[in-house]
Design a protein around this ligand. Structure first.
Ligand SMILES: *[C@@H]1O[C@H](CO)[C@@H](O)[C@H](O)[C@H]1NC(C)=O
Ligand SMILES: *[C@@H]1O[C@H](CO)[C@@H](O)[C@H](O)[C@H]1NC(C)=O
Ligand SMILES: *[C@@H]1O[C@H](CO)[C@@H](O)[C@H](O)[C@H]1NC(C)=O
Ligand SMILES: *[C@@H]1O[C@H](CO)[C@@H](O)[C@H](O)[C@H]1NC(C)=O
Ligand SMILES: *[C@@H]1O[C@H](CO)[C@@H](O)[C@H](O)[C@H]1NC(C)=O
Length: 659
């Protein structure tokens, strides 16, 4: 309690200092620039002399902390014994010991009374600790301390480009010699972008190609290299940096959040079901089997630093899943469940099923710690888990148990939500078109650090961007025609699914949009634009541009907008549609469903990975409604048949990129 009050007071002061007019003032800019500099080349030893001398010692004076807890004591003891993870050792967030170390450092950041103490501790950690522990703890404090939430971390794929790019690209970037390149131009496939231009050229807030942009980027040479050819049918989704970092960010947000665990759990399972459905739609679009996923047999390492997953990992997870499924299945057969404190509850009594739900279904994966030492593997690293096809197989099994449990125990009062005197008569939708969009991805953090220091001063003379082609779709809109015999507030949910007409149990349903509106007596026409769909985010500016804008703002030549970056826990807007067909269009179906509004809409801040205000929702129906459980009558289920429901066949076309 005390901690909370003090921190809120602190945050009030700093907040009002920083957030006036949505423009970063000089205190903000100073912190922001420090953050970008300290994270620059974070995998290498710190070069900056100023930060090196500031970070000689960790602040150990207990007066400088709001609380000094056991995590900190243990951590400091371990540091003095020299048993913290070394700089070059492999860090695995799922390793119990590594997790404790991260937690210790996190408390040394989080509990600081003022910026100066934090500042010193950050410098200290940057110099003395394993860089991944450092980044993890720093990310957490920026997310969790209200007074620092306005600060912007570079995106995870810009901090560790080597994790997201193929080996050839990383090697070329690492060995790149700027001075030689200038002297003997055209000796490599790295070329200068002239005139200065980065893709996508238009960003929200008009951040690129404006007068200020050219001012900020004036001294920076923009260099570009091309991406290696893709080989696999799903790579355009699985290797998409936005797709992968979505999972990373939402796990970062959930980690160390203790409030509102019920809502958080529901939200996480909804996210997993969305990710799985979206993955399956891509498989469907690529004509791969999707109905029941199977574990992937050890794929050989493809030009990557990391293995897909080892047989040992597979074995551990399979055993874990088996136990988990047995627990759920026992709870269902016996209608009772033994809680972690030893007492039994009857799951059919009152709201006991919710207690069981909370205990049976884990959602904070960072807590699933493993004792064994593991190798770098795609699946076990939350930055890259979504690149491992095994992820989806496991996700499907976990979800299957979750939905079964809900089907059995969730009270069946949802029929009340089916509206009367309302009929969806029609849906019109503009053409759905996907295409490969060129984009430049910042590789600056893999370049050699020496390029960035001139006589001891930090400079940013050039940036290396990788030109990629990523999945994108054209904006679209749809309109609904709805007739009603009365005025009623109504919620609409729109799902994307395959065109298979068999059992819907086996089909993926990806929720595309949901909104609340008033339906009047008579005929109603409602139009929605894809740009209005919630929970989605667009593009952000690169690490290099962010740094240059901060510098420009420090010279008072630019009003630095605090919304300059994108929310981390939003899903990439450009990935909502599966890649269309190139010759024949991809056939899919839309399912539109109306439900009665119960005046229980709530607004959270989960888009910014902040769960303290709970989760946004339209009503008290489960977030994934009606697919949060296994629908009993399949095609005849009342939730998805009747006047309040409408099915529509549509096509998605893919246009090839033309230069
Ligand atoms: C470098 O190569 C490009 C394309 O190959 C060419 O257009 C350009 O003129 C060359 N520049 C120099 C300085 O030779
Ligand atoms: C930031 O907010 C302003 C004012 O609401 C808006 O005009 C601008 O587009 C936003 N910028 C971004 C990058 O979203
Ligand atoms: C165990 O937890 C349940 C639910 O939180 C509680 O009702 C019960 O009293 C607890 N039992 C013991 C023995 O502490
Ligand atoms: C409205 O009422 C009329 C007359 O009872 C009925 O025929 C019609 O189906 C109703 N419309 C809706 C949308 O329920
Ligand atoms: C989509 O928007 C365009 C332009 O506003 C409009 O002409 C068209 O009728 C809309 N289509 C649908 C299906 O709503």
């Amino acid at each position: 309690m005390r901690l909370f009050v003090v921190l809120s007071l602190l945050s009030l002061i700093v907040y009002s200092e920083v957030l006036a007019n949505g423009i970063g003032n000089r205190y903000f800019l100073e912190k922001q620039r420090f953050l970008l500099e300290i994270l620059h080349h974070v995998h290498e030893p710190l070069t900056n002399q100023q930060w090196r001398s500031l970070g000689e010692h960790l602040v150990t004076d207990k007066e400088q902390y709001v609380v000094y807890n056991d995590h900190m004591t243990e951590f400091y003891k371990a540091f003095n014994l020299g048993i913290l993870l070394n700089r070059n050792e492999y860090y695995n967030p799922l390793n119990a010991d590594h997790y404790q170390q991260t937690l210790g450092l996190y408390h040394f950041f989080y509990n600081t009374r003022d910026w100066y103490t934090l500042w010193q501790n950050i410098c200290w950690a940057r110099i003395h600790l394993n860089p991944e522990i450092f980044v993890q703890a720093l990310t957490q404090i920026i997310l969790k301390r209200e007074d620092y939430q306005a600060l912007i971390m570079p995106k995870i794929y810009e901090l560790w480009p080597e994790t997201y790019h193929d080996e050839i690209t990383v090697r070329k970037a690492r060995n790149f010699n700027f001075a030689n390149w200038i002297r003997y131009e055209n000796t490599s496939d790295i070329e200068e972008v002239h005139p200065q231009k980065m893709e996508p050229s238009s960003l929200a807030g008009g951040l690129r190609n404006t007068l200020e942009w050219f001012q900020a980027m004036g001294d920076v040479n923009i260099l570009r290299m091309n991406q290696q050819k893709r080989k696999n049918k799903l790579q355009h989704l699985l290797e998409d940096i936005g797709w992968q970092s979505y999972w990373y960010n939402l796990n970062m947000g959930i980690s160390l959040t203790t409030e509102k665990s019920g809502q958080l759990q529901e939200w996480c399972y909804y996210q997993i079901s969305q990710i799985l459905a979206r993955y399956k739609l891509e498989r469907y679009g690529q004509k791969l089997s999707y109905k029941k996923l199977t574990p992937v047999r050890n794929i050989q390492k493809q030009n990557r630093r990391f293995k897909e997953s080892s047989s040992k990992t597979t074995q551990i997870i399979m055993e874990y899943l088996k136990e988990f499924e047995e627990r759920v299945s026992d709870a269902i057969s016996f209608r009772s469940f033994q809680l972690s404190n030893g007492s039994y509850i009857n799951l059919e009594e009152k709201d006991n099923w919710l207690i069981g739900l909370g205990e049976l279904f884990p959602y904070d994966w960072t807590k699933l710690t493993i004792k064994e030492h593991m190798q770098h593997e795609l699946l076990l690293d939350i930055r890259t888990s979504l690149r491992s096809e095994d992820f989806y197989y496991y996700a499907e099994r976990v979800l299957q148990s979750y939905r079964w449990y809900r089907q059995v125990f969730q009270p069946p009062n949802q029929k009340m939500f089916i509206p009367s005197d309302l009929r969806i008569d029609d849906l019109q939708i503009s053409p759905l078109v996907t295409y490969d969009q060129p984009v430049d991805v910042d590789l600056s953090n893999v370049l050699h650090a020496r390029h960035f220091y001139l006589a001891g001063q930090f400079v940013w003379p050039f940036t290396l961007q990788q030109r990629q082609f990523r999945l994108q779709h054209k904006d679209f809109n749809y309109s609904l025609q709805v007739s009603s015999n009365k005025t009623q507030s109504t919620i609409f949910r729109i799902f994307l699914t395959t065109s298979e007409q068999g059992s819907i149990l086996r089909e993926p349903f990806y929720q595309l949009d949901s909104f609340l509106t008033v339906i009047y007596q008579g005929l109603n026409r409602i139009t929605r634009k894809s740009k209005e769909f919630g929970g989605l985010i667009g593009d952000h500016i690169s690490y290099t541009e962010l740094h240059q804008f901060v510098k420009l703002a420090e010279r008072e030549e630019y009003d630095f907008p605090l919304n300059i970056s994108t929310s981390n826990c939003g899903f990439p807007r450009r990935l909502i549609l599966p890649r269309g067909g190139s010759g024949n269009p991809l056939k899919i179906r839309l399912l539109i469903m109306a439900t009665v509004y119960d005046f229980k809409a709530r607004q959270g801040n989960e888009l910014n990975c902040d769960f303290t205000k709970g989760i946004s929702r339209w009503d008290e129906l489960p977030l994934a409604y009606p697919f949060e459980r296994i629908l009993e009558d399949d095609n005849q289920a009342v939730e998805i048949s009747g006047d309040h429901v409408y099915w529509k066949d549509v096509n998605i076309l893919h246009e090839n990129y033309q230069t």
